[in-house]
Write a protein that binds this ligand. Structure first.
Ligand SMILES: [Zn+2]
Length: 263
């Protein structure tokens, strides 16, 4: 399978960048993992959005889901999705309606956000929404998806994408230092680990990892490779890489828009 980084920024996107979004493909099946601000435009630059089969969301923070709204408008309003001919498009009786695989409670959040301007059911009309739960794997085309709860500020789930070959990518989502991710990512082929913080939070409940902590989680999990992500362009990339490598005890990859990794 192949993963393409569409966006890797933390809650505020890089100059010209996008927040969390990763396109995972096997043959002609396309799974989008997370859809944060800026991701829809980056997705469009790479594939036709009507060819996205499924979208899986790690948690309901804006930088991981808010571009579901422009994505939904596109699916519902674009001329070629209409049932009758429109401006040169022949019309279709089978408009694309991707699966949306989101954590329990996502429907309520999407309705609350959309209701601010009368779009309460916008996302669930455009997508086939299903809410997942920890301990209940799902099949999405050729992929098997598993979910594990992570300690963060809202219900948050790491997502494992397993290909028919048995190879695995583990998306760690957002999390404070924990054992759950180490167990869930055990012997994974690629851990995509957030490395948001230049230093641990000084006050309050922790919610994110430093690059060294992210690398250490990958080392403890026995991951073959680690990609650090959720890193602002305001942090020095070489410093982030070096800190990650210190935790991992080997070189690490740093997510960058357009980076493609074959697993
Ligand atoms: Zn978050």
């Amino acid at each position: 399978m192949r993963v393409t980084v569409l966006g890797k920024s933390p809650a505020w996107q890089d100059a010209g960048g996008a927040c969390s979004g990763y396109l995972v493909e096997e043959d002609d099946y396309a799974l989008l993992v997370d859809c944060g601000n800026g991701v829809f435009g980056k997705l469009r630059a790479r594939i036709d959005y009507t060819d996205v089969d499924s979208v899986a969301i790690t948690h309901m923070h804006a930088d991981h889901f808010i571009d579901l709204f422009p994505f939904a408008y596109a699916l519902l309003l674009t001329p070629r999705q209409q049932p009758v001919p429109v401006a040169g498009w022949p019309g279709t009786s089978e408009p694309a309606r991707p699966r949306l695989i989101a954590p329990a409670g996502a429907q309520a959040t999407l309705r609350a956000v959309g209701s601010a301007w009368g779009g309460e059911e916008l996302v669930e009309t455009a997508f086939r929404l299903e809410e997942y739960r920890e301990g209940s794997p799902l099949t999405a085309g050729p992929f098997t998806l598993r979910f594990a709860g992570m300690p963060h500020y809202v219900p948050t789930f790491a997502i494992e994408v397993k290909a028919p070959s048995g190879r695995r990518i583990t998306f760690g989502a957002d999390c404070r230092p924990n054992e759950e991710l180490v167990e869930f990512a055990r012997d994974t082929d690629l851990l995509v680990a957030e490395a948001t913080l230049p230093r641990p939070e000084r006050t309050g409940i922790r919610g994110h990892l430093t690059p060294e902590e992210a690398g250490a989680h990958a080392r403890r999990a026995g991951a073959a490779r680690v990609m650090l992500t959720h890193v602002s362009d305001e942090l020095d990339a070489e410093w982030v890489r070096a800190e990650g490598a210190r935790g991992f005890h080997a070189p690490v990859e740093l997510a960058a828009e357009g980076l493609v990794v074959e697993i």
